[in-house]
Design a protein around this ligand. Structure first.
Ligand code: NAD
Ligand code: IPM
Ligand code: MN
Length: 347
């Protein structure tokens, strides 16, 4: 069981350290953790945010535990050298097209959210976000128009096979939950979204038991705050899924709580918190490591088939919160290591 550990930048190493402690505590026979450089840290060391050695480590492993990348000191670099290209490159190179971002309110902790508790208490949803296409990976550029104005441009597109494979992931996830799937798009304006909607409707014929609805992304953003309990599985494109998942995290209580799995066909996957490198709190021991610890639990479940161990980690995190041990992101005062200690103790 070889797991690649890519901690990255900012709070990435701080939160990853705690997730690694949790994995080690389980004393899984044959577990081997192999570290690699990504992001700004890799750029400063190797001249590239995703060095060939790192990709090789990724390919030799069964799964990746990923912290975060992003370093404002790299903002002036050409885009292909920026830290974010590490995560985008891994997703693309390894065919990690299906991003699962669950958001669930922890029982008894409805007061963690900025929504009214009775609204938040019903949140138990899964965002299925496409991760290999959309405006993220289209051609892009900067040019000067004939009249001298500068123009930035990014090509948004989805091919039907890309939509079909993520739609299947969405429908299958819905079959395993309450059989409700909401496809989020902007088909009233975008051709990319019209194709998305057409293909999702075609795929729906293979899942007659699933109740499929469609929602425009602007309305979805509003409904997510008004009545998040109406959603079960949401399937959406790369850009919309990025935005809606940060929003869903705040409905639950904090971006420091939301884990994610980025899956290829089969069991291979990359697991990371949905948050970034949080440069504003990096190096201060203030970051909440729970999202990364919960990502490690998803890794055990999806890539290694260790359901019982995954559930143990999730229960330990829930108990830690129930016992009132909270980071600054949740209005508490516990630091990164203290939260890690508390989870380990409960494990
Ligand atoms: P961010 O998620 O890093 O931070 C947003 C806010 O949430 C900040 O105030 C931060 O302090 C807080 N926050 C985030 N994680 C937290 C945690 N675990 N505990 C407590 N507070 C937490 O988003 P940003 O500020 O927009 O981006 C910072 C950098 O991270 C950028 O370079 C961006 O590109 C990068 N980024 C990387 C990833 C990734 O590696 N997958 C994801 C998102 C953003
Ligand atoms: C995320 C991040 C990334 C994304 C960035 C860092 C490329 O925001 O994982 O949510 O936009 O996908
Ligand atoms: Mn994001």
């Amino acid at each position: 069981m070889r797991i690649a550990v890519f901690a990255g930048d900012g709070i990435g190493p701080e939160v990853t350290e705690q997730a690694v402690r949790v994995l080690e505590k389980l004393e899984l026979p044959g577990l081997e953790l192999v570290e690699g450089d990504v992001g700004g840290a890799a750029y400063y060391k190797h001249g590239h945010p995703l060095p060939a050695e790192t990709l090789e480590i990724a390919r030799s492993a069964q799964a990746i535990l990923f912290g975060a990348v992003g370093d404002f000191s790299c903002d002036h670099l050409e885009r292909h050298l920026r830290p974010e290209q590490a995560i985008l490159g891994l997703r693309k190179e390894l065919g990690l097209f299906a991003n699962l971002r669950p958001a669930q309110v922890f029982a008894g902790l409805e007061d963690l959210t900025t929504l009214r508790p009775e609204v938040a208490s019903k949140i138990d949803l899964l965002i299925v976000r496409e991760l290999n296409g959309d405006v993220y990976f289209g051609e892009k550029g900067m040019r000067t128009l004939e009249d001298g104005r500068r123009q930035g441009w990014d090509m948004m597109s989805y091919a039907e096979d890309e939509v079909r494979r993520i739609a299947h992931v969405g429908f299958k996830a819905a079959m395993g939950r309450s059989k409700k799937l909401c496809s989020v798009d902007k088909a009233n304006v975008l051709e990319t979204s019209q194709l998305w909607r057409d293909v999702v409707i075609e795929v729906a014929k293979e899942y007659p038991e699933v109740e499929l609805t469609h929602m425009y992304v602007d309305n979805a953003a509003m409904q997510l705050v008004k009545n998040p309990g109406q959603f079960d599985v949401i399937v959406t494109g790369n850009l919309f899924g990025d935005i809606l998942s940060d929003q869903a995290s705040m409905c639950v209580g904090s971006i420091g709580l939301l884990a994610s799995a980025s899956l290829a066909e089969g069991t291979y996957g990359l697991y990371e918190p949905i948050h970034g490198s949080a440069p504003d709190i990096a190096g201060k021991g203030l970051a909440n490591p729970m999202a990364t610890i919960l990502s490690a639990a998803m890794l055990l479940r999806h890539s290694l088939g260790l359901e019982a161990e995954a559930a143990r980690i999730e229960a330990a995190v829930a108990k830690t919160l129930a016992d009132g041990i909270k980071g600054g992101d949740l209005g508490g005062s516990a630091g990164t290591r203290e939260i890690g200690d508390a989870v380990l103790e409960r494990l």
